[in-house]
Design a binder for this molecule. Sequence first.
Ligand code: GUN
Length: 315
Amino acid sequence: MDAPRGVFDNEEAATGESGMGATIIDGKAFAAKVRGQVAEHVARLKAAHGLTPGLAVVLVGEDPASEVYVRSKGKQTVEAGMASFEHRLAADTSEADLLALIDRLNADPQVHGILVQLPLPKHLNAELVINRIDPAKDVDGFHISNVGLLGTGQKSMVPCTPLGCLMMLRDLHGRLAGMEAVVVGRSNIVGKPMAQLLLGDSCTVTIAHSRTKDLGAVCRRADILVAAVGRPGMIPGDWVKPGATVIDVGINRVEKAGKQVLVGDVDFDSCAKVAGAITPVPGGVGPMTIACLLANTLTAACRANGLNEPEGLTA
Ligand code: GUN
């Protein structure tokens, strides 16, 4: 394995020593850098082509967590110089009305990216709704066409969280070719696309999950260990190969000393003693998701207009 290069060429404060051995990967700083790159590219598109990338976010119902995400997405979209279109629909919106809205957004040339916030109310078929989005505007990368394109190594829209993890890994290691990668978790949103992206960068990839035999031994093979299982603190330090890079995708709300706190899928303290680099929770992978949503919207706008894609912001 190559020695970690330290996150960010020419920038400081992107990583910090944990005092326990591992470099702490600062996802907040990294996401700010990605958003800055997106904003610069957007400014150039506007100046050279009069083109403003636009992102439409559709929220059905009033789920409080979704409200927070959608507000944050809208704010960051505008800060990057892009157009933000928010569509808030009542919780009892019919499937036909939601599909009709997606059809209008698909046909709207000012909209380059469409995101339907999940989860949807139970009476709506999420699969049907997602697959109604024009795959070229599917900035979540959830459309079945994009899943197939990614699986066959073709140009696609890539799910935001795994794309963010890939960007951090490339920044840290440069080329990933030949590295042993273990992805713990097999979800369609993170585990499977993460594995495809690592394979695309020529890693030797294992997807492990709750039924994997001797999960600890499998994890100890990893130069790159990605945890995306949704189980708080499930991966202990003695499952980590010394010097490995640990990417923690988990965001679990748990009670500690009577307080609600966020923890990842890895036991941070014990893993940071062994790892070479590790993402914290919060402040690791989390902030990268919206940054990559903006990057995907920019990519979609460039593709729709036959322009070069933004370098370093795609898979
Ligand atoms: N709900 C929570 N995270 C996401 C996401 O990344 N995309 C969508 N569409 N819904 C979400």
